[in-house]
Design a protein around this ligand. Structure first.
Ligand code: F6P
Length: 323
C-alpha cells in the first residue's frame, strides 16, 4: 500500500486541522496509509511520525491551531537538515509528503522536491502572501478576528474622540491590513506595498476630523516601514501641532487563534482532499491554492520566488469610502 505523510509548518492558521482531516480521510478512501509528522520540519528531521486513520481526526474540523503541532526549524534550512528529512521518509517507505503552510514552509517543500521527494504544498497562512491562491487557508478567519477588534475599538475611539492605531500581522505582506482596513471602515491604511510617510497619515487623520468625524482608526501592517511603533513615536513627537489623542493596539498572535470560518474550512477540505488525489495520481512539485473558487496548482519552484501583488484598487476604494 502506498504511504503518504502530512505536516503543518510555520505559523499555525485556522483551518489547518480541517486540511489534515481531509488529507487523512481522502487518503483512507483511496486506500493509502497516511502518517502525520509532529511539529513540522523539526519532527520530520527527528522521524516523529504517527499513523493517522479516519477516527484520529474526528472532532478537529472546528479547531484552530494544528493537532500535529508546528515549528520554525533552523536545522531544516541547512543542506544536512534537508538530507536527513528526506532520508526519514525513505526509511519508512513513505513516497509522498503534503506540506500545509505558508511561504517559508513551501520554500522547504520546494527544497525537498529538488531532492527527489514527491512533495505537494497546500497554501495555508494567515498572511495570504503566497501567489497561486486568492485567500490562503486561515487568512479569512484572521480577518474576521481583526474586524471584530476594529469594530470594538471604534466604539471606544468614538466615545473619547481618539485616534487608534491598530497593528495587524502579515509579515511583509499588507493583505490583512488592507482588507481589514477597508472592511472595518478605517480612516487610513498603512501597508508595506504603498509608500507613505507619517505626515501623510497625520494629514489623512486631520482631514477626517475636519470633515466632522469624531474619531479615526488607522490600520497598520506590521511589515510597513512606518509600523505602529514608528507612527506612535511620530504622532507623539508632533502631538501639539496635530492635536489628537492617540492609543495603540497590536493584535499580534490573537489573529492566529479561533475556530476557522466557513470559507477556511471549505478551502481546507477542498485542498487537503485534492492534495492526496494529486499524489495518488503521481502529480507533485506543486502548490495547491484556491483561485476563483477552484482548486488551482502552481509550480512550487516558481511560487516561492514570486511576489504576490496586492489589488491596488482596494487601497483606492478604501480611501474613497473613508470620506
Ligand atoms: O506567518 C504568520 C505570522 O503570524 C506572521 O503574520 C507573523 O509575522 C509571524 O507569523 C509571527 O511568527 P511567530 O509566531 O514565530 O512569532
Amino acid at each position: 500500500m502506498k504511504r503518504v505523510a502530512v505536516l503543518t509548518s510555520g505559523g499555525d492558521a485556522p483551518g489547518m486541522n480541517a486540511a489534515i482531516r481531509a488529507v487523512v480521510r481522502m487518503g483512507a478512501s483511496l486506500g493509502l496509509e497516511v502518517f502525520g509528522v509532529k511539529h513540522g520540519y523539526v519532527g520530520l528531521i527527528a522521524g516523529d511520525f504517527t499513523r493517522l486513520g479516519p477516527r484520529d481526526v474526528g472532532g478537529i474540523i472546528d479547531q484552530g491551531g494544528t493537532v500535529l503541532g508546528t515549528s520554525r526549524s533552523p536545522q531544516f534550512l541547512t543542506e544536512a537538515g534537508q538530507a536527513t528529512a528526506a532520508r526519514r521518509l525513505q526509511e519508512r517507505d513513505i513516497t509522498g509528503l503534503i506540506v500545509i503552510g505558508g511561504n517559508g514552509s513551501q520554500r522547504g517543500a520546494a527544497a525537498l522536491s529538488s531532492r527527489g521527494v514527491e512533495v505537494l504544498g497546500v497554501a495555508s497562512t494567515i498572511d495570504n502572501d503566497l501567489p497561486g491562491s486568492d485567500a490562503t487557508i486561515g487568512s479569512t478567519t484572521a480577518l474576521d478576528v481583526a474586524l471584530e477588534a476594529i469594530d470594538r475599538l471604534r466604539v471606544t475611539a468614538s466615545a473619547h474622540g481618539r485616534v487608534f492605531l491598530v497593528e495587524l500581522m502579515g509579515r511583509r505582506c499588507g493583505y490583512l491590513a488592507l482588507v481589514a482596513g477597508l472592511t472595518g471602515g478605517a480612516e487610513a491604511i498603512v501597508i508595506p506595498e504603498v509608500e507613505q510617510c507619517p505626515e501623510d497619515i497625520a494629514t489623512a487623520v486631520r482631514a477626517a476630523y475636519e470633515r466632522g468625524k469624531s474619531h479615526a482608526i488607522v490600520v497598520v501592517a506590521e511589515g510597513a516601514v512606518h509600523n505602529a511603533d514608528a507612527l506612535e513615536r511620530y504622532f507623539t513627537a508632533h502631538h501639539e501641532r496635530l492635536g489628537f489623542e492617540l492609543r495603540v493596539t497590536k493584535l499580534g498572535h490573537i489573529q492566529r487563534g479561533g475556530a476557522p470560518c466557513v470559507f477556511d474550512r471549505l478551502s481546507a477540505s477542498l485542498l487537503g482532499a485534492a492534495a492526496v488525489e494529486h499524489l495518488h495520481a503521481g502529480v507533485h512539485g506543486i502548490l495547491l491554492g484556491i483561485v476563483k473558487g477552484q482548486v488551482t496548482s502552481s509550480s512550487l519552484a516558481e511560487v516561492i520566488d514570486a511576489p504576490k501583488p496586492l489589488d491596488e484598487r482596494l487601497m483606492s476604494l478604501a480611501r474613497t469610502l473613508a470620506q
